[in-house]
Design a protein around this ligand. Structure first.
Ligand SMILES: [Zn+2]
Length: 296
C-alpha cells in the first residue's frame, strides 16, 4: 500500500530518512509471482503484471509473523521493535520501504514511547528510536485488521496500490496469518494490479473520505468519473464473461448519464451477451474455456 508515498505524510515526517530508489531496486522483483514492483505514475511504487493473468488465478500468497494484538501504544511499540529485529534483512528492507501516514499527535506519542525505558527497564538504542517510530507508523498505515482482533503486516501484499475498482480480490486467513490475492478479472501483462483498501460498494464521497486515512485522493476511473457504483448488471455481465472467456479481459467502461452514453451502455451489454451466447453455444472450441468453467 504505497499510495501515500506519492502525496507525502506531511511536514512532520520530513525528518525521517526515506529509502531512495537504489535501495528499493534490490527488493523490487518477486520472481515467483506474476508481478514486479516498479514506479507507478503518481502513486509511488506499484505492482505490475509481468504476464497475462487469468481470472481467478492466484497472484500472491503472503504469510507473516508480524502481528500485534492492540495492547496499547507502549506495549505495541515494544512488540513492533522486537518483531523488526527478529526479521531477515530482506524482510526488514521491505518493511522500511512501505509508505507511512500519521497525524502529528500520534507521531509525537510514538516518538515519546521510544525515548522512554522499555517495560524491562532497558532503553531503546538512541540511534534506533527514530527508525522504530517510522516502522510503527508504517505498520499503522499498512496493517490488515485481523478477525480475532489486532492487526498484521503482510510485507508483499502491502505493495499493491488502491483502486475502488480493483482487479485483485483478497482474503486474509487469520488462523494461519495468510493473505491470498486472486485476479477478479483478466489482468494484462504490464497492467498495474490493485486491491481495494475499503469496501467497494460505498459512494464516491464516502470512499474519498475513508481514503484520507491513507493520505491520498483516489483518482481511479470510478472516482475520477464520479461513479458511486457500477451497475449490477454490468458487473454481472463482466463476471460471467470472465468465467467463459479467460483470455479476454473485461473492464466495465465508464459512461455518463446522457442519452448518448446510455445508448452506448446498452450496446455494450448486447455485445457482451452476444459474445457469451456464442461461446456457450460452442463450448468445445477452446480448451481454456472449459477449464475456466470447471474452475467456476
Ligand atoms: Zn477510487
Amino acid at each position: 500500500m504505497s499510495n501515500a508515498a506519492a502525496s507525502g505524510g506531511g511536514d512532520f515526517l520530513s525528518d525521517f530518512t526515506r529509502p531512495d530508489d537504489s535501495e528499493m531496486s534490490d527488493i523490487s522483483v518477486f520472481s515467483d509471482y506474476p508481478f514486479e514492483i516498479r514506479p507507478s505514475d503518481g502513486r509511488g511504487m506499484g505492482a505490475f503484471a509481468t504476464r497475462d493473468v487469468a481470472p481467478g488465478e492466484i497472484v500472491l500468497v503472503d504469510y507473516t509473523s508480524i502481528s500485534i494484538v492492540d495492547s496499547g501504544l507502549i506495549k505495541d511499540c515494544e512488540t513492533i521493535a522486537d518483531l523488526y529485529e527478529s526479521l531477515y534483512p530482506d524482510e526488514q528492507e521491505k518493511w522500511e520501504a512501505l509508505a507511512a501516514t500519521a497525524n502529528e499527535r500520534h507521531t509525537t506519542a510514538t516518538r515519546w514511547v521510544y525515548s522512554r525505558p522499555r517495560s524491562d527497564g532497558t532503553s531503546y538504542p538512541k540511534e534506533k528510536q527514530e527508525k522504530y517510530t517510522m516502522l510503527k507508523l508504517q505498520f499503522n498505515c499498512n496493517g490488515f485488521d485481523m478477525l480475532q482482533g489486532g492487526s498484521a503486516l503482510f510485507l508483499d501484499a502491502s505493495r499493491f496500490n488502491h483502486s475502488c475498482d480493483p482487479n485483485l480480490w483478497y482474503d486474509v486467513d487469520t488462523m494461519d496469518n495468510r493473505w491470498v490475492g486472486r485476479a477478479n478479472r483478466k489482468i494484462n501483462e504490464g497492467e498495474e494490479i490493485f486491491v481495494s483498501y475499503i469496501p467497494e460498494n460505498r459512494t464516491r464521497d464516502v470512499r474519498q473520505k475513508s481514503l484520507k486515512g491513507w493520505g491520498f485522493d483516489c483518482t481511479c476511473p470510478k472516482c475520477s468519473e464520479g461513479i458511486d457504483t457500477y451497475s449490477a448488471s454490468l458487473e454481472t455481465a463482466r463476471d460471467i464473461a470472465n468465467r467463459v472467456e479467460p483470455d479476454r479481459g473485461r473492464s466495465p467502461p465508464v459512461y455518463g448519464n446522457t442519452t448518448d452514453d446510455i445508448g452506448k451502455r446498452i450496446d455494450r451489454h448486447i455485445e457482451i451477451l452476444r459474445d457469451l451466447s456464442q461461446k456457450q453455444g460452442r463450448p468445445n472450441e477452446d480448451k481454456s474455456i472449459q477449464k475456466e468453467l470447471v474452475f467456476a
